[in-house]
Design a protein around this ligand. Sequence first.
Ligand SMILES: *Cc1c(COP(=O)(O)O)cnc(C)c1O
Length: 345
Amino acid sequence: MAVVKADGYGHGAVAVARAALAAGASWLGVCTLEEAAQLRAAGITEPVLSWLHLPDEDFTDACARGWTCRSGRARTWPPCSTCPPRGPAGAPAPQGRHRAEPGRRPAAGWGELLDDAAKAVADGLAEVVAVWSHLAHADAPHHPTLDRQAQRLTAAWQAAVDRGLAPIRHLANSAATLNRPDLHFDLVRPGIAVYGLDPMDRPPGQTPLRPAMTLRARVALVKRVPAGEGVSYGHEWTTPRETTLALLPVGYADGVPRRMNREGRMRVLLGGAVRPVVGRVCMDQVVVDCGDAVREGARAVLFGPGTGGEPTAQDWADELGTIHYEIVTGIHGNRVTRTSAGSGG
Ligand SMILES: *Cc1c(COP(=O)(O)O)cnc(C)c1O
């Protein structure tokens, strides 16, 4: 299952979904029903699992279109407006081929949920597809919680099997997919690794992965500026000498965090050299100190796989005290055009 939530971790959900399916993925994983709808609207018909829903979520559409949804609450089937209410409590009954994936560890209510599920399956109203969970410590492959979570999952799955249900079992995210083959069970759910980012944050050269996202911007304007001129809001940076400045039309509205240029530490690869961004990051633009001449229209690389000397998403994350997940998912909005490798975008 290729996880394409959050617009494919900022890479473009539909394009990533297509690439993943072409490469052999058999499932797609998303968070919300809206994300599932986006895949269907693009004509993708393969199985989609959606796993996070509000208590009053309407599953009518999902139901009609055969999506698989997680049921995380005991005795609560995904409610659907076409389903008749169950008794005076008004709780919706399983109907219309909801496909529920009980996602909870065995606890009070798990047996009841399975009893309900078994009955709904026997009545031809529902299909129980999987029993699954999500790891809290997968980036520490030998953390004791991994085995504990796996044991609880297996007990929950066994309880379903004991009721005559035949769900698959899944648990592994990227880190466990890479490091814990014993936890692969019937399906793995890699997200970040699909995008070539190492869940263990190993540097290039020590990881088998290559980052898929390169963030580029073309130089909108080049200006020769004398010494002593203030640049960008607040004039935090002043030209120390006569220099050439290049304006890149990308800013915090596009996911370049404003804090990225704290202490002037942001760099871009432009015109064959790594050059500093100077002054504050604006909503729509940043300024690069080029010293020598740079062409208007030239492409600057803000981050990429690192192979050309450009910074990486991991470098940005280190700078900001966060993780590369947050950097790539932050690149958003329709001002950022997505093109696939080789298309020269
Ligand atoms: C996000 C997510 C994944 C993928 O996690 P990665 O660390 O990106 O591999 C897998 N399963 C669930 C339920 C998720 O929410």
